[in-house]
Design a protein around this ligand. Structure first.
Ligand SMILES: Nc1ncnc2c1ncn2[C@@H]1O[C@H](COP(=O)(O)OP(=O)(O)O)[C@@H](O)[C@H]1O
Ligand SMILES: [Mg+2]
Length: 319
C-alpha cells in the first residue's frame, strides 16, 4: 500500500472507531499507528484502545488471558479493562481496552537512561519468564505467530529477488547462518515460558522513581522454550540504539548478568551463546520487516535490525 493510501485507510478506521466507541469512552485521540496496531486514548477517562490490524480475535483473547494472569501475580503490565471488536472493510478486528499508564510514567531513551533503569528492565524480563513458567504448565498459549514462519516466508520472497537486489548474496548467507543456528537450538528439553519478543525501551514504562511501572506490547509474545532469544533481543535493544554503529558491551553484559541473578533455575537458561542469539533475534526482526515491506527490498535489503545483525557478525565467532 502507498503511504497516502495507508493514511487514508487509517483515517477511515479512526472514523469507524470513533463512531462505535466514543459514546462509551468519550473523545478518542490517536496516540500511535504502526503496521500492527492503531492506538487511541481518552486521557481524561484514562483509557487506551488498541486495535490489532494483524492479529486474530482468538490470539488477542489469549493475549488478554495472559495479561490478566500476570497482573494477578503482581507483574507490572497495563491493566486490561475489556475487549471488543470492530468491523472494518469486512474484516473483524480485535480491540483491547487498557488503562492508560502514561499519565505518571515514561519511557527512556538509550542516550539518557541510567543504570538503574537497565537493571530494572533486565530483572523484570526475568520476572516475566519466572511467572509464566507456571502459566505454561497449566495453559497452552496458542498464537499463530511463531519463530519459524517469518523465515520460511522470507526464503520464498528471497528467491524472487535474486536478480534484482544488490546485497542478495549477503542476505542469502545470513539466512543460511540463521537456519543452521535455529536447527541447532530449536529442539531442547527445556520448559516453556512466555517470551515477549519485543522487549525494547519503547515498551517499558517507568514511574517517577525509575521503577518499572508497566511492560506493554505483548503483541509478539509467544510460548517458547527459548528464553535466550528474549534475553538476547532485549539486551541488544537496551544497549544499541537503532542506527548506532556500535553496541555498548558494558550494558549488554550488565543486562544479561542482572537477568541471570533473578531467573528461576528450573527454566535452565543457557547464556553460553547469547551473542549468537542476539544475531538470530536481530535477523528474525529484520526478516519480519522485509516480509512486511517487500517493495522496499527491490533494490537492496536494508533495515536497522539488519545493520545490528551485520555488526554482531563482525564480533561473533563461528559465523
Ligand atoms: N496502556 C497504555 N497506556 C498508555 N500508552 C499506551 C498504552 N498502550 C500503548 N500505548 C502507547 O501506544 C504506543 C504503541 O503501542 P504498542 O502496544 O507498543 O504497539 P506497537 O508498538 O505494536 O504499535 C506505545 O508506544 C505507547 O506510547
Ligand atoms: Mg510498541
Amino acid at each position: 500500500m502507498q503511504k497516502n493510501e495507508s493514511k487514508l485507510a487509517i483515517n477511515k478506521l479512526l472514523a469507524v472507531c470513533r463512531q462505535q466507541f466514543e459514546p462509551k469512552y468519550g473523545r478518542l485521540e490517536k496516540l500511535e499507528s504502526s503496521r500492527d496496531n492503531v492506538v487511541l486514548a481518552n486521557k481524561i477517562n484514562g483509557v487506551v484502545l488498541r486495535i490489532g490490524l494483524n492479529k486474530s480475535i482468538t490470539d488477542t483473547k489469549n493475549e488478554v488471558t495472559l495479561l490478566k494472569y500476570m497482573a494477578d501475580r503482581g507483574f507490572p503490565c497495563a491493566k486490561v479493562l475489556g475487549m471488543d471488536t470492530i468491523t472494518y472493510i469486512k474484516k473483524v478486528l480485535a480491540v483491547t481496552v487498557f488503562e492508560n499508564i502514561s499519565n505518571d510514567a515514561h519511557v527512556v531513551s538509550l542516550s539518557t537512561n541510567s543504570k538503574a533503569e537497565l537493571l530494572g528492565a533486565a530483572a523484570t524480563l526475568a520476572k516475566l519468564h519466572n511467572i509464566t513458567l507456571d502459566f505454561c504448565r497449566i495453559n497452552s498459549f496458542v498464537q499463530q505467530r511463531n519463530l519459524d514462519d517469518p523465515l520460511i516466508q522470507f526464503e520464498k520472497c528471497l528467491l524472487t529477488k535474486r536478480h534484482n537486489t544488490s546485497n542478495y548474496t549477503e542476505i542469502a548467507r545470513a539466512t543460511n547462518w540463521v537456519n543452521r543456528f535455529w536447527k541447532k537450538h530449536k529442539y531442547t528439553a527445556k520448559p516453556n515460558v512466555i517470551i515477549h519478543n519485543d522487549y525494547r525501551p519503547q515498551n517499558v514504562f517507568f514511574d517517577q522513581s525509575n521503577v518499572v511501572k508497566a511492560v506493554i506490547d505483548f503483541d509478539w509474545a509467544i510460548q517458547s522454550c527459548h528464553p535466550e532469544k528474549d534475553i538476547a533481543h532485549a539486551a541488544l535493544e537496551w544497549s544499541m540504539t537503532d542506527g548506532a554503529k556500535v553496541l555498548d558491551w558494558g550494558r549488554f553484559k550488565l543486562f544479561c548478568k542482572t537477568y541471570a541473578n533473578v531467573i528461576n533455575r528450573d527454566i535452565g537458561v543457557n547464556m553460553n551463546d547469547i551473542v549468537g542469539w542476539a544475531k538470530f533475534a536481530a535477523f528474525i526482526d529484520a526478516v519480519h520487516y522485509f516480509n512486511c515491506y517487500p517493495e522496499r527490498t527491490a533494490v537492496r535489503f536494508e533495515s536497522y535490525m539488519y545493520d545490528k545483525y551485520t555488526y554482531l557478525t563482525k564480533v561473533h565467532n563461528g559465523t
